[in-house]
Write a protein that binds this ligand. Structure first.
Ligand code: PDD
Length: 275
């Protein structure tokens, strides 16, 4: 497997990470995960734009969009993986540990690819989710390397026999630990607005585009945990999880406990986009 770090393409297992990389000390950087289906990137421009926007938001300067695109293509081409996920991260730079931004350091890029299978089983069957308070910072629209809260939230699901943790702030559902959350009530789709409290998922945006184009009514509007418990359907989305139905939340079944019609419709429309 060939990966990229700090100017060089290297054998993944022999990569030497610089000890002064601020990603290592501070998680001081941003990242993206891009899906590759049948040898082609899916929504590459959207992911690249969001990476640039995240970098800008946390004042990582000197990042070139063209360089990012080139590295992504190069890593894909150097590996014989047709169905996979490409991970790319950008840290603020390499410098001795000090909180303030180092003078004159350049962003450090890392990229690697792995094989990824579509999550057919869970998309068919649905998964269990649990809910907790969202205790992350207030710049959740940045795809930050700092994922400590998300990691803790995900583990909470694992330890409670669930696949995802759905977070809420003061009772209003924000998103999953690594996914965006939707509910369906009386045929209308609801999801949290794309503000600073969620990551504006590329898959989320694709779902909203599909809803728009296919006359499925939707509202980008906050809803509460009790609203969600009463919903007809709930699902979450991400680059790797696609459209995953949630059939049980905190031990209570959602709707009649089976995967709902609107979820199925969106899954089938999404399917057509990627195959
Ligand atoms: N996670 N919300 C959060 C907090 C996320 O980390 C992600 C993605 C999403 C969905 O975004 P998208 O549809 O653009 O993948 C929402 C990635 C896949 C990860 O960290 O592995």
């Amino acid at each position: 497997r060939i990966s990229y770090y700090n100017g060089e393409y290297v054998n993944h297992d022999e990569m030497r990470i610089k000890s002064g990389d601020r990603a290592f000390y501070f998680g001081d950087g941003v990242y993206e995960v891009v899906r590759i289906y049948d040898g082609r990137f899916f929504t590459l421009d959207e992911h690249t734009d969001r990476l640039m926007a995240s970098a800008e938001e946390v004042m990582i300067r000197g990042l070139e969009r063209d360089e990012i695109v080139e590295i992504l293509h190069e890593v894909r081409e150097r590996n014989a993986i047709t169905d996979g996920a490409l991970y790319i991260q950008v840290s603020r730079g390499i410098a001795p540990r000090d909180h303030s931004f180092p003078d004159g350091s350049k962003p450090v890029i890392y990229a690697s690819i792995r094989e990824a299978k579509r999550p057919h089983g869970q998309m068919e069957e649905g998964v269990r989710a649990v809910t907790t308070e969202d205790y992350r910072w207030l710049k959740c629209h940045v795809k930050s390397l700092n994922l400590l809260a998300n990691v803790m939230e995900k583990q909470y699901a694992v330890e409670n026999g669930a696949k995802e943790t759905i977070m809420h702030r003061d009772g209003v559902v924000t998103e999953g630990s690594s996914t965006n959350v939707f509910m369906v009530r009386n045929g209308t789709l609801f999801t949290h607005p794309a503000d600073n409290l969620i990551l504006n998922g590329i898959t989320r945006q694709e779902v909203l585009k599909l809803a728009e184009a296919n006359e499925i009514p939707f509202r980008e509007e906050g809803f509460t945990v009790p609203d969600m418990s009463e919903a007809d359907e709930v699902f979450y989305t991400s680059t790797t999880q696609e459209i995953t139905p949630v059939t049980n939340i905190d031990g209570r079944q959602v709707g009649d406990g089976s995967v709902g019609g609107t979820t199925r419709k969106l899954q089938s429309l999404f399917n057509k986009k990627i195959t």
